[in-house]
Ligand binder design. Structure first.
Ligand SMILES: NC(=O)c1ccc[n+]([C@@H]2O[C@H](COP(=O)([O-])OP(=O)(O)OC[C@H]3O[C@@H](n4cnc5c(N)ncnc54)[C@H](OP(=O)(O)O)[C@@H]3O)[C@@H](O)[C@H]2O)c1
Length: 315
Protein backbone atom coordinates (compact mmCIF):
# COMPACT_ATOMS: atom_id res chain seq x y z
CA UNK A 1 0.00 0.00 0.00
CA UNK A 2 1.22 3.50 -0.82
CA UNK A 3 0.29 6.52 1.25
CA UNK A 4 -0.28 10.18 0.51
CA UNK A 5 -0.36 13.17 2.87
CA UNK A 6 -3.89 14.37 3.60
CA UNK A 7 -3.45 18.08 3.06
CA UNK A 8 -2.50 20.08 6.15
CA UNK A 9 -3.37 17.24 8.51
CA UNK A 10 -0.39 15.26 9.65
CA UNK A 11 -2.09 12.09 8.45
CA UNK A 12 -0.73 9.81 5.75
CA UNK A 13 -3.65 8.02 4.14
CA UNK A 14 -3.72 4.94 1.96
CA UNK A 15 -4.18 5.73 -1.73
CA UNK A 16 -7.23 3.51 -1.81
CA UNK A 17 -9.69 4.18 1.00
CA UNK A 18 -12.95 2.45 1.73
CA UNK A 19 -16.50 3.83 1.47
CA UNK A 20 -18.73 2.10 3.99
CA UNK A 21 -22.00 3.51 2.68
CA UNK A 22 -23.57 0.16 1.88
CA UNK A 23 -23.91 -3.29 3.32
CA UNK A 24 -23.95 -2.82 7.11
CA UNK A 25 -27.72 -3.16 7.53
CA UNK A 26 -28.07 -5.79 4.83
CA UNK A 27 -25.30 -8.16 5.94
CA UNK A 28 -23.38 -7.10 9.06
CA UNK A 29 -21.07 -10.12 9.02
CA UNK A 30 -20.16 -9.62 5.37
CA UNK A 31 -19.60 -5.91 6.06
CA UNK A 32 -17.20 -6.70 8.93
CA UNK A 33 -15.38 -9.22 6.74
CA UNK A 34 -14.81 -6.56 4.08
CA UNK A 35 -13.63 -4.02 6.70
CA UNK A 36 -11.10 -6.54 8.05
CA UNK A 37 -9.92 -7.34 4.52
CA UNK A 38 -9.40 -3.59 3.98
CA UNK A 39 -7.30 -3.35 7.14
CA UNK A 40 -5.29 -6.46 6.20
CA UNK A 41 -4.55 -4.83 2.83
CA UNK A 42 -3.26 -1.64 4.49
CA UNK A 43 -6.28 0.61 3.91
CA UNK A 44 -6.23 3.10 6.79
CA UNK A 45 -9.09 5.49 5.96
CA UNK A 46 -12.75 4.51 6.05
CA UNK A 47 -15.58 6.87 5.13
CA UNK A 48 -19.01 6.64 6.74
CA UNK A 49 -21.80 8.99 7.83
CA UNK A 50 -24.38 9.23 10.59
CA UNK A 51 -27.06 8.80 7.92
CA UNK A 52 -25.72 5.72 6.16
CA UNK A 53 -28.12 2.84 6.74
CA UNK A 54 -29.74 4.86 9.54
CA UNK A 55 -26.60 4.68 11.67
CA UNK A 56 -25.94 1.00 11.03
CA UNK A 57 -22.85 1.77 8.94
CA UNK A 58 -21.26 3.56 11.90
CA UNK A 59 -22.50 1.03 14.45
CA UNK A 60 -21.19 -2.05 12.65
CA UNK A 61 -18.02 -0.21 11.68
CA UNK A 62 -17.47 0.55 15.38
CA UNK A 63 -17.82 -3.17 16.09
CA UNK A 64 -15.40 -4.08 13.30
CA UNK A 65 -12.82 -1.53 14.44
CA UNK A 66 -12.47 -2.72 18.02
CA UNK A 67 -8.69 -3.10 18.46
CA UNK A 68 -8.00 -1.03 15.33
CA UNK A 69 -7.72 2.44 16.79
CA UNK A 70 -5.14 3.38 14.17
CA UNK A 71 -7.72 3.24 11.36
CA UNK A 72 -8.80 6.77 10.44
CA UNK A 73 -12.57 7.17 10.33
CA UNK A 74 -14.23 9.98 8.42
CA UNK A 75 -17.86 10.60 9.30
CA UNK A 76 -20.46 13.27 8.57
CA UNK A 77 -23.40 15.32 9.78
CA UNK A 78 -26.07 15.96 7.15
CA UNK A 79 -27.75 19.37 7.63
CA UNK A 80 -30.59 18.56 5.19
CA UNK A 81 -33.85 16.62 5.53
CA UNK A 82 -32.81 14.08 2.86
CA UNK A 83 -30.00 13.24 0.47
CA UNK A 84 -32.01 14.50 -2.52
CA UNK A 85 -30.66 17.49 -4.45
CA UNK A 86 -33.74 19.60 -3.54
CA UNK A 87 -33.64 18.69 0.18
CA UNK A 88 -34.42 21.40 2.74
CA UNK A 89 -31.64 22.77 4.93
CA UNK A 90 -32.42 21.93 8.57
CA UNK A 91 -28.95 22.31 10.12
CA UNK A 92 -28.67 23.57 13.70
CA UNK A 93 -25.68 23.58 16.06
CA UNK A 94 -27.65 21.49 18.54
CA UNK A 95 -28.43 18.82 15.92
CA UNK A 96 -24.81 18.83 14.73
CA UNK A 97 -23.50 18.23 18.26
CA UNK A 98 -26.11 15.52 18.88
CA UNK A 99 -25.16 13.83 15.61
CA UNK A 100 -21.46 13.92 16.48
CA UNK A 101 -22.17 12.47 19.95
CA UNK A 102 -24.22 9.67 18.36
CA UNK A 103 -21.39 9.00 15.88
CA UNK A 104 -18.88 8.76 18.74
CA UNK A 105 -21.15 6.33 20.59
CA UNK A 106 -21.82 4.12 17.56
CA UNK A 107 -18.19 4.17 16.46
CA UNK A 108 -17.05 3.43 20.05
CA UNK A 109 -14.50 6.21 19.89
CA UNK A 110 -13.59 9.22 22.04
CA UNK A 111 -12.76 11.38 19.08
CA UNK A 112 -13.87 11.70 15.46
CA UNK A 113 -10.79 11.68 13.24
CA UNK A 114 -12.42 13.60 10.38
CA UNK A 115 -15.85 15.21 10.72
CA UNK A 116 -17.60 16.60 7.63
CA UNK A 117 -20.70 18.59 6.83
CA UNK A 118 -22.40 16.13 4.47
CA UNK A 119 -23.42 16.94 0.89
CA UNK A 120 -23.37 20.75 1.01
CA UNK A 121 -25.34 21.57 -2.14
CA UNK A 122 -25.68 25.32 -2.63
CA UNK A 123 -23.79 28.51 -1.90
CA UNK A 124 -26.78 29.71 0.08
CA UNK A 125 -26.77 26.70 2.42
CA UNK A 126 -22.96 26.76 2.66
CA UNK A 127 -23.37 30.32 3.88
CA UNK A 128 -26.00 29.24 6.41
CA UNK A 129 -23.83 26.37 7.62
CA UNK A 130 -20.91 28.74 8.14
CA UNK A 131 -22.94 31.45 9.90
CA UNK A 132 -25.82 29.83 11.80
CA UNK A 133 -23.61 28.25 14.45
CA UNK A 134 -23.09 24.87 12.74
CA UNK A 135 -19.51 25.54 11.76
CA UNK A 136 -18.80 27.09 15.18
CA UNK A 137 -20.19 23.92 16.76
CA UNK A 138 -17.74 21.86 14.72
CA UNK A 139 -14.90 24.03 15.97
CA UNK A 140 -16.13 23.64 19.57
CA UNK A 141 -16.10 19.87 19.13
CA UNK A 142 -12.52 20.10 17.97
CA UNK A 143 -11.60 22.33 20.90
CA UNK A 144 -13.22 19.83 23.27
CA UNK A 145 -11.01 17.09 21.81
CA UNK A 146 -13.95 15.28 20.20
CA UNK A 147 -13.04 16.02 16.60
CA UNK A 148 -9.62 16.14 15.06
CA UNK A 149 -10.02 17.50 11.53
CA UNK A 150 -12.99 19.28 9.92
CA UNK A 151 -14.35 19.35 6.41
CA UNK A 152 -17.31 19.19 4.05
CA UNK A 153 -18.39 16.99 1.19
CA UNK A 154 -20.11 18.23 -1.93
CA UNK A 155 -23.36 16.81 -3.25
CA UNK A 156 -23.20 13.36 -4.85
CA UNK A 157 -24.98 14.62 -7.94
CA UNK A 158 -21.94 16.55 -9.09
CA UNK A 159 -22.76 19.46 -11.40
CA UNK A 160 -19.20 20.04 -12.48
CA UNK A 161 -19.04 23.64 -11.24
CA UNK A 162 -17.89 22.64 -7.74
CA UNK A 163 -18.90 26.15 -6.66
CA UNK A 164 -19.30 25.06 -3.03
CA UNK A 165 -15.74 23.80 -2.76
CA UNK A 166 -14.34 26.72 -4.74
CA UNK A 167 -15.75 28.98 -2.01
CA UNK A 168 -15.13 26.71 0.99
CA UNK A 169 -11.54 25.65 0.30
CA UNK A 170 -9.95 29.16 0.20
CA UNK A 171 -11.90 30.17 3.33
CA UNK A 172 -9.37 28.21 5.38
CA UNK A 173 -12.16 26.72 7.50
CA UNK A 174 -11.64 23.12 6.42
CA UNK A 175 -8.79 20.62 6.55
CA UNK A 176 -10.39 18.02 4.26
CA UNK A 177 -12.97 17.91 1.47
CA UNK A 178 -14.74 14.99 -0.13
CA UNK A 179 -15.35 15.58 -3.83
CA UNK A 180 -16.47 13.82 -6.98
CA UNK A 181 -13.87 12.82 -9.55
CA UNK A 182 -14.21 10.07 -12.11
CA UNK A 183 -13.36 9.82 -15.78
CA UNK A 184 -16.91 10.82 -16.69
CA UNK A 185 -16.72 13.95 -14.50
CA UNK A 186 -13.16 15.27 -14.58
CA UNK A 187 -14.00 18.92 -13.84
CA UNK A 188 -12.55 19.06 -10.32
CA UNK A 189 -9.09 18.09 -11.53
CA UNK A 190 -8.28 21.52 -12.96
CA UNK A 191 -10.53 23.60 -10.71
CA UNK A 192 -10.71 22.23 -7.16
CA UNK A 193 -7.48 20.25 -6.86
CA UNK A 194 -5.13 23.20 -7.48
CA UNK A 195 -7.06 25.20 -4.85
CA UNK A 196 -6.76 22.35 -2.38
CA UNK A 197 -3.05 22.13 -3.03
CA UNK A 198 -2.64 25.87 -2.55
CA UNK A 199 -4.58 25.86 0.73
CA UNK A 200 -3.21 22.52 1.97
CA UNK A 201 -6.63 20.86 2.09
CA UNK A 202 -6.81 17.07 1.94
CA UNK A 203 -8.93 15.49 -0.81
CA UNK A 204 -10.95 12.31 -0.46
CA UNK A 205 -12.50 11.32 -3.79
CA UNK A 206 -16.03 9.94 -3.74
CA UNK A 207 -17.88 8.21 -6.56
CA UNK A 208 -14.78 7.15 -8.49
CA UNK A 209 -17.09 4.72 -10.30
CA UNK A 210 -19.59 7.48 -11.07
CA UNK A 211 -22.20 6.74 -8.38
CA UNK A 212 -22.05 3.14 -9.34
CA UNK A 213 -25.03 0.87 -9.27
CA UNK A 214 -25.77 -2.28 -11.22
CA UNK A 215 -27.66 -0.28 -13.85
CA UNK A 216 -25.13 2.44 -14.43
CA UNK A 217 -21.73 3.55 -13.35
CA UNK A 218 -18.25 2.47 -14.24
CA UNK A 219 -18.64 -1.12 -13.10
CA UNK A 220 -18.67 -2.96 -16.45
CA UNK A 221 -18.46 -2.20 -20.17
CA UNK A 222 -22.26 -2.52 -20.51
CA UNK A 223 -22.93 -0.17 -17.59
CA UNK A 224 -20.32 2.34 -18.79
CA UNK A 225 -21.86 2.31 -22.29
CA UNK A 226 -25.25 2.95 -20.63
CA UNK A 227 -23.74 6.00 -18.91
CA UNK A 228 -22.41 7.25 -22.21
CA UNK A 229 -25.81 6.66 -23.88
CA UNK A 230 -27.42 8.80 -21.17
CA UNK A 231 -24.95 11.57 -21.87
CA UNK A 232 -25.83 11.34 -25.57
CA UNK A 233 -29.55 11.57 -24.70
CA UNK A 234 -28.86 14.63 -22.53
CA UNK A 235 -26.78 16.24 -25.29
CA UNK A 236 -23.61 16.23 -23.18
CA UNK A 237 -21.85 13.87 -25.61
CA UNK A 238 -22.35 13.75 -29.39
CA UNK A 239 -24.38 10.98 -31.02
CA UNK A 240 -21.54 9.92 -33.27
CA UNK A 241 -18.59 7.50 -33.33
CA UNK A 242 -16.82 6.54 -31.19
CA UNK A 243 -19.39 7.46 -28.51
CA UNK A 244 -22.21 5.39 -30.03
CA UNK A 245 -20.08 2.34 -30.73
CA UNK A 246 -19.81 -0.77 -28.53
CA UNK A 247 -16.02 -0.68 -28.98
CA UNK A 248 -15.73 2.74 -27.26
CA UNK A 249 -13.86 1.38 -24.24
CA UNK A 250 -11.68 -1.18 -26.03
CA UNK A 251 -8.62 1.07 -25.64
CA UNK A 252 -8.73 0.51 -21.87
CA UNK A 253 -8.07 -3.23 -22.18
CA UNK A 254 -6.62 -5.23 -20.49
CA UNK A 255 -8.03 -3.23 -17.60
CA UNK A 256 -11.63 -3.74 -16.61
CA UNK A 257 -13.79 -0.61 -16.49
CA UNK A 258 -13.73 -0.31 -12.66
CA UNK A 259 -10.00 -0.90 -12.62
CA UNK A 260 -9.38 1.76 -15.27
CA UNK A 261 -11.75 4.15 -13.47
CA UNK A 262 -9.94 3.80 -10.14
CA UNK A 263 -6.57 4.04 -11.87
CA UNK A 264 -7.72 7.27 -13.54
CA UNK A 265 -8.44 8.85 -10.13
CA UNK A 266 -5.02 7.95 -8.75
CA UNK A 267 -3.28 9.65 -11.69
CA UNK A 268 -4.68 12.93 -10.36
CA UNK A 269 -3.32 14.98 -7.48
CA UNK A 270 -5.73 13.68 -4.83
CA UNK A 271 -5.00 12.36 -1.36
CA UNK A 272 -7.04 9.19 -1.61
CA UNK A 273 -9.61 7.45 -3.79
CA UNK A 274 -12.54 6.19 -1.75
CA UNK A 275 -14.41 3.25 -3.27
CA UNK A 276 -17.11 1.11 -1.74
CA UNK A 277 -17.79 -2.57 -2.31
CA UNK A 278 -19.63 -5.19 -0.31
CA UNK A 279 -17.47 -7.98 -1.69
CA UNK A 280 -13.99 -9.11 -0.68
CA UNK A 281 -13.44 -10.32 -4.27
CA UNK A 282 -14.18 -6.90 -5.72
CA UNK A 283 -12.07 -5.29 -2.99
CA UNK A 284 -9.18 -7.52 -4.11
CA UNK A 285 -9.80 -6.41 -7.72
CA UNK A 286 -9.77 -2.77 -6.65
CA UNK A 287 -6.52 -3.24 -4.77
CA UNK A 288 -4.84 -4.25 -8.03
CA UNK A 289 -4.72 -0.60 -9.12
CA UNK A 290 -2.02 0.32 -6.65
CA UNK A 291 0.92 0.41 -9.06
CA UNK A 292 2.13 3.82 -10.21
CA UNK A 293 1.88 5.39 -12.74
CA UNK A 294 -1.58 3.72 -12.68
CA UNK A 295 -2.41 4.52 -16.34
CA UNK A 296 -0.10 5.22 -19.27
CA UNK A 297 -0.18 8.68 -20.83
CA UNK A 298 -1.85 7.41 -24.03
CA UNK A 299 -4.90 5.95 -22.28
CA UNK A 300 -5.04 8.93 -19.94
CA UNK A 301 -5.00 11.40 -22.83
CA UNK A 302 -7.69 9.38 -24.57
CA UNK A 303 -9.92 9.57 -21.46
CA UNK A 304 -9.33 13.32 -21.25
CA UNK A 305 -10.13 13.96 -24.90
CA UNK A 306 -13.21 11.71 -24.93
CA UNK A 307 -14.83 12.85 -21.68
CA UNK A 308 -12.95 15.92 -20.40
CA UNK A 309 -15.64 18.31 -21.65
CA UNK A 310 -18.46 16.73 -19.65
CA UNK A 311 -19.52 19.26 -17.03
CA UNK A 312 -22.31 17.46 -15.23
CA UNK A 313 -23.25 14.03 -14.11
CA UNK A 314 -26.31 12.37 -15.65
CA UNK A 315 -28.20 9.45 -14.16
N1 LIG B 1 -21.80 13.46 -0.54
C1 LIG B 1 -21.06 12.53 0.02
O1 LIG B 1 -20.47 12.77 1.05
C2 LIG B 1 -20.90 11.17 -0.63
C3 LIG B 1 -21.64 10.84 -1.77
C4 LIG B 1 -21.43 9.60 -2.37
C5 LIG B 1 -20.50 8.73 -1.83
N2 LIG B 1 -19.82 9.07 -0.69
C6 LIG B 1 -18.83 8.14 -0.11
O2 LIG B 1 -17.93 7.75 -1.12
C7 LIG B 1 -17.85 6.33 -1.17
C8 LIG B 1 -17.53 5.93 -2.59
O3 LIG B 1 -18.61 6.33 -3.46
P1 LIG B 1 -19.27 5.28 -4.44
O4 LIG B 1 -20.50 5.87 -5.05
O5 LIG B 1 -18.23 4.72 -5.32
O6 LIG B 1 -19.55 4.14 -3.41
P2 LIG B 1 -20.69 3.15 -3.13
O7 LIG B 1 -21.99 3.86 -2.89
O8 LIG B 1 -20.17 2.28 -2.06
O9 LIG B 1 -20.83 2.35 -4.50
C9 LIG B 1 -19.80 1.59 -5.06
C10 LIG B 1 -20.46 0.66 -6.04
O10 LIG B 1 -19.49 0.14 -6.92
C11 LIG B 1 -19.55 -1.28 -6.95
N3 LIG B 1 -18.18 -1.74 -7.14
C12 LIG B 1 -17.09 -1.44 -6.40
N4 LIG B 1 -15.98 -2.05 -6.89
C13 LIG B 1 -16.39 -2.74 -7.98
C14 LIG B 1 -15.72 -3.56 -8.91
N5 LIG B 1 -14.42 -3.81 -8.84
N6 LIG B 1 -16.46 -4.14 -9.90
C15 LIG B 1 -17.78 -3.91 -10.00
N7 LIG B 1 -18.48 -3.13 -9.13
C16 LIG B 1 -17.79 -2.54 -8.13
C17 LIG B 1 -20.18 -1.67 -5.64
O11 LIG B 1 -20.92 -2.84 -5.76
P3 LIG B 1 -20.75 -4.03 -4.70
O12 LIG B 1 -20.99 -3.45 -3.34
O13 LIG B 1 -21.83 -4.98 -5.11
O14 LIG B 1 -19.36 -4.54 -4.90
C18 LIG B 1 -21.14 -0.50 -5.37
O15 LIG B 1 -22.38 -0.70 -6.03
C19 LIG B 1 -19.20 5.86 -0.62
O16 LIG B 1 -19.12 4.55 -0.13
C20 LIG B 1 -19.42 6.87 0.47
O17 LIG B 1 -18.68 6.47 1.60
C21 LIG B 1 -19.99 10.29 -0.10
Amino acid sequence: MLFRRLGRTNLDVSELSYGAARGAAQDARGFIEVIHACIDAGINLIDTAGGYDDGESERVLGEALVGHDDVIVETKYCPYDSYLPDANYIGTPKALIASAEESLRRLRRDRLDIFLGHGIRSLETLDRFMNDGCYDAMVKLREAGKGRFLGISELSEGDGTHEILKKAVPSGAFDVVMLTINFLLQTAVDSVLPLCKKHHVGTVVMMPLNQASKQSGLVSVEAALTCVRRHIEHGTLPDEPPYNQPTLFDFLKPYSIPEAALRYVLTTDVSTCCAGTRSTERLAENLRILDPPYLDEERLEHLRSLFGRITRQVR
